[in-house]
Write a protein that binds this ligand. Structure first.
Ligand code: NAD
Length: 327
């Protein structure tokens, strides 16, 4: 059995070697992002695994199918980069990864605290020996009402950590999590928008969640609302975010993900001209903290991601099924 792995980073290689040995499978490692120009790397392989920076569309799926690739796995939780409907149509199985939610949840709490304590500005000012306190007064989570949208694995873990701060927690999910009933108040989305001082998003990117935060929903929020996004950039309309920051409606933004980050996140662009104008504009505000889609990036998560990516393919190829199979 031969597998082609795309987007392989140095820090994943030891886990690929471990899984190849454990499951007795040959794995070809490539750092290239999957796309029509790199599709041929999968020639002779039955399974393909990738991270989230490629666009796995009809064209690419057809190319792989013609090379006898039978199934694909993404070593990420999110799978919005894959046209799963088309994969199903052509009989190509797809699975995603599962890993402990604690890494992303901890990062979410970090972004919340960085926003609330003006960390970005204090760090920047310190670099020019400006140690004045003016403009740096913060807020405490314990005195706030925090809204959590999406209470699956990561949202629930964020809620668990938030309970330690003593804040009031409002939540919205189409499928409320009964295990959380004693610590959160599930409310309708509009009520959450109206009452929360800080809102954090933990839904997948779907048609129903695309631009969940937009000009209309921001207008329903409290003045000075703090917004956190460690899920997917496209959950937020960047134009509306910029308007919200410029008008003062949004008090602070903590973004690990941003619209149009593909081709930018996870790459060194020091000597390039950045192609995402809105992202470049948004990140320069004193109250916008941006990180390059790295909430997932811990030793624990990476090990699980590789394990799921390889084991998922092997299961699908050997047994025709896998527990995290999407379609
Ligand atoms: P999950 O499937 O466990 O939970 C998602 C929750 O969202 C579910 O409870 C679901 O019912 C809810 N949901 C779906 N549509 C909704 C809607 N329209 N309104 C409200 N709730 C809705 O997923 P998870 O493991 O918690 O991950 C959530 C997302 O986080 C992933 O889909 C991925 O995009 C993102 N993520 C980002 C990083 C990162 O590094 N920044 C890492 C991992 C995951």
């Amino acid at each position: 059995m031969k597998i082609c792995a795309y987007e392989v980073r140095e820090d994943e290689k030891k886990d690929f070697a471990r899984m190849a040995e454990k499951l007795q499978v040959e794995i070809e490692l490539h750092d290239e992002i999957p796309g029509p120009d790199t599709a041929a790397l999968a020639e002779g392989c039955e399974g393909v695994t990738m991270l989230g920076m490629g666009k796995i569309d009809k064209e690419l799926l057809d190319m792989w199918k013609s090379m006898s690739v039978q199934c694909i796995s993404t070593r990420t939780i999110g799978y919005n980069h894959i046209d799963t409907d088309y994969a199903k149509e052509i009989g190509m199985q797809v699975c995603n990864a599962a890993y402990p939610p604690s890494g992303v949840a901890e990062f979410t709490l970090m972004l919340m605290l960085m926003c609330l304590r003006n960390y970005k500005q204090s760090l920047w000012r310190g670099q020019v020996n400006d140690f004045a306190l003016q403009g740096l007064q913060g807020k405490e989570i314990g005195s706030m009402t925090v809204g959590v949208i999406g209470t699956g694995k990561i949202g629930a873990q964020v809620i668990k950590y938030l309970t330690g701060f003593g804040c009031r927690i409002l939540a919205y999910d189409m499928y409320p999590n009964v295990a959380l009933k004693d610590v959160v108040e599930y409310v309708e989305l509009d009520e959450l928008f109206a009452k929360a001082d800080m809102i954090t998003l933990h839904t997948p990117l779907l048609d129903s969640t695309y631009h969940l935060v937009n000009a209309e929903t921001i207008a329903k929020m409290k003045d000075g609302v703090v917004l956190i996004n460690c899920a997917r950039g496209e959950l937020m309309d960047t134009t509306a975010l910029i308007e919200g920051i410029e008008s003062g409606k949004i008090g602070a933004l903590g973004l690990d993900v941003v619209e149009g980050e593909r081709g930018i996140a996870h790459e060194d662009h020091r000597i390039d001209i950045l192609s995402n104008q809105q992202m470049a504009y948004l990140r320069q505000f004193r109250n916008v903290t941006m990180t390059p889609h790295m909430a997932f990036y811990t030793d624990v998560a990476v090990s699980h991601m590789v394990e799921c990516g390889v084991a998922g393919l092997v299961e699908m190829l050997r047994n025709g099924d896998y527990f995290t199979k999407i379609k």
